[in-house]
Design a protein around this ligand. Sequence first.
Ligand SMILES: [Fe+2]
Length: 231
Amino acid sequence: MIFRQLFEQESSTYTYLIACEETRKAALIDTVKSEVSQYIQLLHELNLTLAYTLDTHTHADHITGAGELRDLTGCTTLLGEEAHSACVSQALHDGEKISVGKLTLTALYTPGHTDDSYTFHLIDGIEQYLFTGDTLLIRGTGRTDFQNGSAQDQYQSLFGKLLLLPETTWVYPGHDYKGWTRSTIGEEKAHNPRLQVKHMQAYVDLMNNLKLPNPTLMDIAVPANRACGQN
Ligand SMILES: [Fe+2]
């Protein structure tokens, strides 16, 4: 597998490039519009064809590059069906498999941060990877106080789904604000302060008392992203 973790400084967003070495087909997860020319250059340099862009959810803090990448490369753009986005090529549902050459990504519906949040699960040989978007961050979890977020749903997505995967599973989040790049399920279970709760109500109380300001780009980014970044 060809794998790159790319970083956009303004919103501290991670974008992931995964590609099949044999077929040279590639997918980009959580692209940022301002970085599109950099992605195109990297795809070209690595001799890859972009088959898909995937968004883990409708972002409130940056504008997706999906629409522009589709115009430039003819790739298929994917986003969860709950987003009700008219412009995506294909709406994802829970359990859907996405083939990128010989690699397979499985879309896991993990609502909570938003009601359209998905985590992408990839098994490559003995390694497992999770691209968690804002559902599970390194030593944190995505806020649940807007965009139809729900702390109850997020608890279920975490404790009923993601944390049940093998402890060695790599966790690659949608953002990091401190410079952490990756973690594992085992490490997060042991050290993520949000995951040390004893039951759902304790998690709901914790999340409902964060009192965070709205992201600065929220009013622009959410409608723009519903239009695949092209409004
Ligand atoms: Fe988000």
